[in-house]
Design a protein around this ligand. Sequence first.
Ligand SMILES: O=c1nc[nH]c2c1ncn2[C@H]1C[C@H](O)[C@@H](COP(=O)(O)OP(=O)(O)OP(=O)(O)O)O1
Ligand SMILES: [Mg+2]
Length: 199
Amino acid sequence: MRRLPRGSKIVLASHNAGKLREFSALLATSGITVISAGELDLPEPEETEETFAGNAAIKALAAARASGLPALADDSGFCVAALNGQPGVYSARWGGPTKDMTIAMERVHAETGDNPDRRASFVAALCLAWPDGETRAVEGQCHGHTVWPPRGELGHGYDPMFIPEGENRTFAEMTDAEKNSVSHRGRALALFLSECVEN
Ligand SMILES: O=c1nc[nH]c2c1ncn2[C@H]1C[C@H](O)[C@@H](COP(=O)(O)OP(=O)(O)OP(=O)(O)O)O1
Ligand SMILES: [Mg+2]
């Protein structure tokens, strides 16, 4: 399996500002230079797969082919036990056409109702794609539980309604560095750096 040389320039195949901010902090000391899909004006492909890994591959391959550079995509979501793992790969779509995360959190709350099972987790699948079509995937998870009402102004997405195991603050009450040290994305990226980048 091909590894990414240290010093590589890659495309971060995401249009999500919150993810991009977390990735730039996580990659700051890696020696990898990143340019975002937005900076290259790359389109957002349709996420037609039923799995995080499948959708991450769609996004990474589209960006790698369009840019001629290796591309790293993140497909992630919020999986609520009381909702049989929903919204899952539909997490962004639960926010409607404008991806309004207040609407998405309210829908999770409404559909959970008075179910006492508050377990939830975040999942992030990362896919590195090369312009010739080779791909490499890793996954990270972060388990915890939901709270209502939402708390905190930091973070993004469903962060204000999620408390990771061993914490009493929501992700939106933690700094990026604190969140990255335990999050699904932080864990997936640590695996990516150890398995997919030359050391
Ligand atoms: O750390 C997180 N903290 C809170 N919420 C999160 C997180 N990670 C993913 N999420 C939510 C946001 C979005 O509703 C969905 C991802 O959807 P997903 O398609 O992967 O991303 P996206 O459409 O926002 O941007 P893009 O596809 O361009 O990367 O899960
Ligand atoms: Mg998306």
